[in-house]
Design a protein around this ligand. Sequence first.
Ligand code: NAD
Length: 362
Amino acid sequence: MSHQHTRLAVVGYGYWGAKHARVLSSVPGVDLVVVDNDPERRAEAQRGCPNADITGNLAEVLDFVDGVVVATPPRTHGDIAHRALRLGKPVLVEKPLATSTSVARSLIDTAAEHGARLMVGHTFEYNAAVWKLREVINSGELGRVLYIDTARLNLGIYQNDVDVIWDLAPHDLSIISFLMGERPVSVAAWAHRSLGARHADVAYLRLQLERSLVPAFVHVSWLNPQKVRRVTVVGDRKMAVYDDLLDEDRIRIYDIGVDSNDPGEPVDTPAMPVTYRTGDIVSPHVVLREPLWVQDTHFLDCVRTGARPLTPGASGLDVVRVLSASDVARKSGREVPVHDEHGVVDGRQVTFAHTKFTGTPS
Ligand SMILES: NC(=O)c1ccc[n+]([C@@H]2O[C@H](COP(=O)([O-])OP(=O)(O)OC[C@H]3O[C@@H](n4cnc5c(N)ncnc54)[C@H](O)[C@@H]3O)[C@@H](O)[C@H]2O)c1
C-alpha cells in the first residue's frame, strides 16, 4: 500500500468507533476526522486522538474527506451512510449494515448509482483464525460437516436500539457463511427478554444452509456470567473448535468422533448404538494480526485504489436478511425462509415474496 495522503472520517466515537480511530490514526498517510454529536465523546476523542480534527457536524466534513467509517448505533447507519454515498464517498459501515432489508438494499443501490464503494464491517472475515478454520474445513480434514455451533455470550453491553440478535449474531452469521461459502436458506429463532429490558437479551437461532443443508446453531446473550466466543464445527471424521478468547491454540482440531452402528440391528440388541473414536488434539499455527487493523487497512486500500471490498454491501444485506427473517421467526414461532423480504408496515411485521418486493418499508 502506498503512503499517499488520505483523509478519513470516523463517525461515532463510542466503544467501537474509538477503536477504529486508534487503528486508523496509526496508519501512515491517514488524516483523521472524528465526528460525534455528543460533546463528551468529542472531548474523549480529543484526548484519545490528539492529531485528529474533531467535530459534531458531519455536513461540514463530508465534502473534504476521501472515505467515511460509520460506527454509530445501527439505526443511524442508513442515514449517515446515504449522505456520504450520495457524494460518491467510499463508506465502511459497521455491522449490522442497516436495521432493515429495505435500507440495506437502498444503500447498495445508492452506492451503485453514485459509483461509490460500500463495505460492511464484518470484522471476523478479517481474522486469521477464521481463515485458518475455513482452510481446515476446505481441506476435508474434518470430513463431511455435520453441524456448526456458535456461542457469543457474556455480561454484555445492553443496546438501546437493537436486541441481542441484531447486536451479536451478525458476527456469527458472517463467520458461518464465510466458513461454508454459502448462505442460510431458513431460520428459526427463540429469544427471551429478562429483567424487563427493552430488547431480548438471550437468543438462539437455528439456520439451515442453502446447498449443503448443514444446520447451524447460534447462541447469543448479554446476560451470561461467563464470556464465551466460540465456534464449533463438527465433522464426521474430526471436530474443530475456534475459541476467540484464547491467546494461543485458538483453533483446536480434535481427532475424535462417533460412528453409528448398523441401524438395521433390532432395537433390543445389547450392542451400543454408536462406537467412539478418540485421538490427538492438534492446534494449527495461526499468525494473528488485529482483525480491525486488517479490515480498516483493507478499506483504506479500497479508498485509495477503488478496489472492490472483500465484504461489500451485498454481504451486509445477506446478514440483514437473516436478522429480519429471525424477527419474523421469533414472533411467528415458525421456521422462516431467508430469501423472502421482511419489513414493518404500519407497525406490523410483514413478509413480501422476494420477487414482488418494492422496497419501501423501513
Ligand atoms: N465489529 C465489531 O466487532 C463491533 C464491536 C462493537 C460494536 N460494533 C458496532 O459499532 C457500532 C457502534 O457501536 P458502539 O458499541 O461503539 O456504540 P456506542 O453507543 O458506544 O457509540 C456510538 C457513538 O455514536 C455517536 N452517535 C450517535 N448518533 C450519531 C450521529 N447521528 N452522528 C454522530 N455521532 C453519533 C454517539 O454519541 C456515540 O459516541 C454499532 O453498529 C455496533 O454494532 C462492532
